[in-house]
Design a protein around this ligand. Structure first.
Ligand SMILES: NC(=O)c1ccc[n+]([C@@H]2O[C@H](COP(=O)([O-])OP(=O)(O)OC[C@H]3O[C@@H](n4cnc5c(N)ncnc54)[C@H](OP(=O)(O)O)[C@@H]3O)[C@@H](O)[C@H]2O)c1
Length: 212
């Protein structure tokens, strides 16, 4: 069985990698692509690579005119909530890679997905090391008096703090609430240390990212 996929953010850094991966998968078929700036153009021309003969659409609603089974979203925090709720409302399952959703937005999506009986897989960072860092940090936060997240990123990174750092902060806050200044962006290197502990007793987790 072929699973029909609509890709929101098809022209972005992640989207450009997903298009050939979808083509190579064998059981996934790209049937819709969304990007505002590339709207109306053939996807293959925009990406400069072989891809299904698709015209890029300006909005998710236009792209969903072609029937699909799954929405993959790698766009921006300000667009993803609306995209996912729209897809879920149509009974379309979602894979959400876009980072930066708040806890309230995750809960809203979760409730909508359960009510509609639709699957949604959402992870603002699918990197195995980031997932492990989050899990280890949550465990550690139960046993130490305080935590802080120091994020190091390239100067041009658009979101500060990043979605990954904000999601980690929200998860740690559910374990132990600390000062709201405990997520601090630094624009220097590509390291993302999380420090847990108190005076003279600290634990540090790092998730280096190639792109930050
Ligand atoms: N889960 C993970 O492991 C993981 C890994 C990497 C990145 N991310 C996250 O994934 C997201 C995308 O990352 P990226 O590096 O690919 O970003 P990017 O290069 O800036 O690409 C964003 C894409 O989304 C489209 N887009 C942006 N705003 C939109 C809107 N309002 N409506 C429709 N399309 C919109 C852009 O096209 P137009 O501007 O032309 O509309 C572009 O195609 C970010 O939130 C990033 O933090 C997650």
């Amino acid at each position: 069985m072929t699973i029909r996929v609509c890709l929101a953010g098809a022209t972005g850094w992640v989207g450009r990698g997903l298009v050939p991966a979808l083509a190579a998968s064998g059981d996934l078929e790209l049937v819709g692509a969304v990007s505002r700036r590339a709207a109306g153009r053939p996807l293959s021309e925009v990406l400069g690579m072989p891809s299904p003969s698709l015209t890029v659409r300006a909005s998710l609603e236009e792209a969903l005119a072609a029937p699909c089974d799954v929405l993959i979203d790698y766009t921006r925090p300000e667009a993803v909530r609306r995209h996912v709720l729209s897809a879920v409302g149509r009974g379309i399952a979602c894979v959400v890679g876009t980072s930066g959703l708040s806890s309230a937005e995750y809960e809203e999506i979760d409730a909508a997905a359960r009510a509609r009986g639709v699957g949604v897989l959402a992870a603002g960072n699918f990197a195995l090391t980031a997932v492990l860092l989050q899990r280890f940090a949550e465990v550690a936060a139960r046993h130490v008096p305080q935590w802080e997240i120091l994020e190091y990123a390239r100067a041009g990174k658009p979101d500060a703090p990043s979605g990954t750092a904000r999601e980690l902060a929200a998860r740690l806050a559910r374990v132990r609430l600390v000062d709201r200044d405990s997520v601090r962006p630094f624009r220097r290197t590509s390291l993302d240390p999380t420090r847990l502990g108190g005076r003279g007793d600290a634990l540090r987790g790092r998730n280096p990212s190639r792109r930050s």
